[in-house]
Design a protein around this ligand. Structure first.
Ligand code: HEC
Ligand code: HEC
Length: 377
């Protein structure tokens, strides 16, 4: 099994030199020495086989597609740190933890409450609602493809999924459970003790193994092939002509690709759309860099049809309105910190509709997922 994963690593690295170099340029991540594993399928037993197959039967995708196509396709398997390679045991454990409401103070809220697979891995709420109905300051983003992101959270205050995972458990407006209480609680659940031992032999139940297990499951939450991908691979009938016109507007007149670029439709950077809600955004993380006031991370547009309402403040319900704000100069042209890339592109309502038709083609089939109904006892 280990051998197959290593084969996959070799293939992936050979095919994805760009991605490897991008990721290894990230200071804190390069220290942990990243490797690539495939985790496209939720069926954990298949993961290793898939990696093997990639090596054995699939020709190198780089040879098949044009440079334009390669830009939009997911060629890179999900990156994972060398101390937390994805294994079926880690995914299984992480999945239980992700859906287990016992990770909250009153056993009512799990990660899935706000990042629900049936709601595009978000929650269809304007602002996140945690234990006892507490309302948080921001909208819950989708976690689809978070594994590929260089930063987590709207303001990018942490880098890795491991660093992100424990925050919501302790946050008073989310799960509000101290880790000092949670760790002994988990140690008292016999089947969790066994699952942690299988996933992290000899390491026990610690904050570290808890975070790594949840992150391992999240590395399986990735977008699936969408009609747009079929189109890019050469099936010109996979999306309508209106959507194709929308794609052209998205790239040219709308300048959407200034920020929503590449397979995940995000530049991984931070921009202020002039929403005018006073949220400090990225400047809170990069104190003193005043031009980052109100700047938020460019979100993915994969499966964006499902993750409404939109923006960090959940203030927008439709893709039409979101496009009009992004494409026609922001919400308030005089808002403090408005990005210089947010310019009135003069998109007409009809053109905006075409761009929306294009964004609909980014919705893939729901990933194969069996949500646990019975939890470790
Ligand atoms: C009460 C709702 C709520 C719960 C419960 C919750 N989250 Fe979140 N999550 C959010 C919100 C809101 C944000 C964005 C916060 C911000 O940017 O300041 C977020 C951000 C994230 C992100 C970053 C995504 C991105 O694109 O930046 C990840 C990953 C994530 N959460 C995973 C988890 C995990 C794992 C759990 C369970 C341990 C969890 N969340 C529990 C609401 C929630
Ligand atoms: C200057 C960079 C930039 C440009 C150009 C841009 N966007 Fe955005 N887009 C963002 C950022 C940043 C956000 C999130 C902003 C926030 O929540 O404060 C966003 C949010 C969105 C959302 C909501 C997604 C979600 O999950 O909340 C959609 C849809 C969207 N953009 C589509 C477009 C379209 C279509 C275009 C072209 C007409 C475009 N964007 C141009 C940066 C940009």
């Amino acid at each position: 099994m280990k051998k197959s994963i290593l084969l996959g690593v070799a293939t992936a690295c050979a095919l994805n030199a760009t991605v490897v170099s991008e990721i290894s340029s990230m200071d804190d991540i390069s220290k942990s020495g990243w490797v690539f594993v495939s985790s496209v399928s939720q069926d954990t037993t298949k993961i290793v086989q898939e990696v093997k197959q990639e090596k054995e039967v699939k020709p190198a995708p780089t040879k098949e597609f044009s440079d334009e196509a390669k830009k939009w396709l997911r060629l890179a398997p999900v990156p994972a740190p060398s101390n937390n390679k994805v294994t079926p045991q880690r995914i299984e454990l992480g999945k239980f933890l992700y859906f287990d409401t016992r990770l909250s103070i009153d056993d009512t809220v799990s990660c899935a409450t706000c990042h629900n697979p049936d709601m595009g891995w978000s929650d269809q709420q304007t602002k996140a609602v945690g234990v006892g109905g507490a309302v948080g300051p921001r909208n819950s983003p989708t976690i689809i493809n978070s594994a590929y992101q260089y930063h987590q959270f709207w303001d990018g205050r942490v880098r890795t999924l491991e660093d992100q995972a424990l925050g919501p458990i302790e946050a008073d407006v989310e799960m509000n459970l101290s880790l000092d209480v949670l760790i002994p609680k988990l140690k008292g659940i016999g089947e969790y003790v066994t699952l942690f031992e299988k996933a992290y032999p000899g390491e026990g139940i610690t904050e570290d193994t808890l975070a790594r297990a949840i992150a391992s499951f999240e590395r399986t939450v990735v977008s699936t092939e969408a009609p747009f991908d079929k189109f890019i691979k050469g099936d010109k009938l996979a999306i309508s002509t209106v959507a194709q016109e929308g794609f052209e507007l998205f790239k040219a007149k709308g300048h959407c690709t200034d920020c929503h670029d590449g397979f995940n439709f995000s530049d991984g950077s931070f921009h202020n759309l002039g929403l005018g809600d006073g949220d400090e955004g990225r400047v809170k993380v990069r104190r003193g860099v005043t031009k980052l006031f109100g700047a938020m991370k460019t979100p993915t547009l994969r499966d964006v049809t499902k993750s409404w309402p939109y923006f960090h403040d959940g203030s927008v319900k439709t893709l039409h309105e979101a496009t009009a704000i992004c494409g026609n100069g922001g919400r308030f042209a005089d808002a403090k910190g408005l990005s210089s890339f947010i310019v009135d592109r003069g998109l007409t309502p009809k053109e905006i509709d075409k761009i929306v038709e294009f964004m609909k083609t980014l919705e893939g089939e729901p990933m194969k997922l069996t949500i646990p109904t019975v939890f470790p006892k």
